[in-house]
Design a protein around this ligand. Structure first.
Ligand code: FES
Length: 150
């Protein structure tokens, strides 16, 4: 085998390994994602806020209707019955149960022990004693921008 052939084979082999390694890493990263997120900008590491979502995207289009809500990253984003767009951490402040917005009652509810929170995130009924942490939601045209409050 000539030296140039040997160098070419080694280079191709290294390139193959690099591509295969990247594909494997990307596949594993996607598999660990809790839920698909089509936010236009990924949040910074360790952050759950600081992103935008496009209301033209079918999975978010319902947010134009009172009573609708979606989960994005670690947040629940809802349009309350009063028409306000709000974003809170999606876990209950009691023991971390999942929250959902109940359009019938106009309250955020936890399915674990029944805590309820108002559309402003205030405890309506326990056992939770701590209000939900609210984030800023700004709407410009069809874009929602969610940023940390305070
Ligand atoms: S975790 Fe939500 S009420 Fe207990």
């Amino acid at each position: 085998m000539k030296r140039t052939e040997f160098v070419r084979m080694v280079t191709l082999g290294a390139g193959y390994l690099a591509v295969a390694g990247c594909m494997s890493a990307c596949k594993n990263k996607a598999a660990k994602t809790e839920e698909p997120v089509k936010a236009s900008a990924e949040p910074k590491a360790g952050s759950v806020v600081g992103f935008t979502i496009d209301l033209n995207d079918p999975q978010y289009a319902d947010l134009d209707k009172p009573g609708a809500y979606v989960y994005v990253n670690k947040l629940i984003i809802a349009r309350t019955n009063e028409g306000n767009l709000v974003a809170f951490g999606k876990k209950c402040t009691h023991q971390g149960g999942p929250l959902a917005y109940n359009a019938e009652s106009g309250l955020f509810q936890c399915s674990w022990h029944g805590s309820q929170f108002s559309g402003k995130g205030e405890v309506h009924r326990g056992p939770a004693k701590v209000n939900l942490k609210a984030h800023n939601v700004a709407k410009e045209a069809s874009t929602l921008t969610i940023t940390p409050k305070g």
